[in-house]
Write a protein that binds this ligand. Sequence first.
Ligand SMILES: Nc1ncnc2c1ncn2[C@@H]1O[C@H](COP(=O)(O)OP(=O)(O)OP(=O)(O)O)[C@@H](O)[C@H]1O
Length: 675
Amino acid sequence: MAISRSDSTSLGLISGLSLAAHAIKSNALDGAGSQWRALKQDKLFCIFLAGSTASFAGLAAREYLQLRAQRAEERRLALLRQGTAAAHDSKTAGKKKKRVDTGKDFWKQLVFLLRIAVPSASGRGAQLLAAQFFLLVMRTLISVKTAKLSVYYLTTAMSKGSWTHWTRWLSNFAAWTVMGTTVNTGLKYFESLIALEVRDKVTKHAHAKYLGNSNKFYRAALMQRGALDNVDQRIVADIEAWSANVAQLYGHSFKPILEFSMSLYEASKELGYARPVALFATQTLFTIFMRTAVPSLGAMVVKEQALEGSFRHAHSRLVGHAEEVAFLQGAPTERKILDENLKTLTGAKGWHNLMRARNSIAEQFAKFQGIFIGGVFVHIPFLVRNNLGEAERIASFRSTEELMLKCGSNFVELILLGKSLNELSGYTQRIHELLTALEDCSGERERAGAGAQEGGSRAQQIVFTGLCVDTPEPDGTSRTLLKDLDLQMVAGKNVLVTGPNGCGKTSLFRVLAGLWPPAAGTVLCPQSELMWLPQRPYLVMGTLRDQVAYPMLLGYSKLHDRAILECLEMVGLTKLVEADVGLDLTQMEWNDVLSGGERQRIGFARLYFHKPLFAVLDEATSAINPDEEHRLYEKVQSLGTTVFSIAHRLELRKFHQWELRIEGDGSGKWELEPL
Ligand SMILES: Nc1ncnc2c1ncn2[C@@H]1O[C@H](COP(=O)(O)OP(=O)(O)OP(=O)(O)O)[C@@H](O)[C@H]1O
């Protein structure tokens, strides 16, 4: 099969190209004429071509004009909103857009995330990557060998009419088919396993940061800005897309590298190295030039994911407030809000698709240019070679051409990996931003923690010393709620906190719990001995038992059932314990099946169950009738829990020894009086 290399390369590159140029010059008219004649003979095809081109162009123009109008309207609205949070967002989004590319930052961020995804060289992730690598090498071997042998045998069989060669082709084809199918299936399977493994590791890492000991999820919810907006979207959707992209890129970057090198090696046996090298140098230059014309896919991904997040958030809000909206008959308004969100999302995606089409033109052009130039480089030596029989010439040409085509398409694939990396950079930035922002929250927490320290040996009391509390305004401007508060709270001395709405009653306890950092001063508090009962107690997904034991999750364990039943009895909720299922009773959403008063009673049952030394009762009995309220308070006292209460009802004063009155006039003034 092989022809001597000196034969094939005896024609120099330049002289070969000048021969080709001469041939084109002499036959260009003939080429164009033959195309024209072929078209004229096929009128039906011409009509179809003209019709479909016209309708495509019409549709594309309409889409373009619509999207342009929509973008102009969005820009106008953004200008109107200037100075508001929305304008702030769009400005920061604009800044972000510039930063998304595959530069140095991207590689740093990617390495940072990959270290989380594959933490050790012997772990499951590394094993999967190694297995995938061997499969990739195997597939490349199969594909390169098949290309060369198959084409050679088949072309020889056809040109010589040789059954022997045809049978060789058949057995070769059958053998490689079985192997190829197995390897390709393995590759797909391992790609999905890698994607899952990467997602699992990165998501768990994000969960650990988000839901670690320091209430970062609370800060994330509080500071819904920048990297902490749509945390759910980033953790659920972005990490999933990033993992799938990484797994796909791993396979798709090794494959072209391997296939390119092996095909080039095989083809060089016929063509030498000069032609392929010249070919790929041309292609590199061409592709670099084309890439300057394409937009940044990373920036598009960032924007799209942010809009997806907002759309999802709008839906979640409706689910969370379904009852209020239904009472207010707000469905048409909510629909408008959701449709507006959808419109912004589809508008942005539509525009991006148009930009991607530009990208695709550049890509397709690069591919066809590769095939064209590749073809010319391979065609010339065989066109001028006279020392081969017809069958031999065709067989050698076809098998070499096949290899060079493989080389070419892999080379283009390799260069176009830039596109996939560009898309990946969008997800990478969003996830990296989130993890870094969660890391930064620690600073806040440390500052908060500096205020709300564990009491140590003084664990039987809560002490505020020179405490100042400011609101954490997202734009950096804050208001003073409390100034220089000195208060020592000892066991058995309950404090009633009063003041006008918004004066900072709850905020004082946010600082006490370490959720907000104090503006100045310190708080000493036995955190593990403090419990908070809000107006709307949180109900966890789980059994009735879990509602009482929260934050302990007992599930179906009956270990504490007696105590839990007693607590439910004390708050008058034994009716919830159904005869057949008992405390195993589970509801999809407890908030939907319990009334406001029942929810507050669950809160008290929880308090009785845990018996903390201190508790903050923040309007915790607002939905309970006064008689019951008294009994609940008496029980709290008898269990030895000292309380801070925020309450407006005068009847509750008798359960407290002190009143802390906050002025709420912006001066931060307060008064402490015995009751
Ligand atoms: N996350 C926040 N970011 C910025 N400001 C906040 C935040 N949470 C509360 N505030 C502001 O802090 C002030 C005090 O709020 P706080 O909840 O402590 O009021 P309150 O005295 O408990 O009021 P009420 O009696 O109505 O429950 C309010 O003006 C409120 O707008």
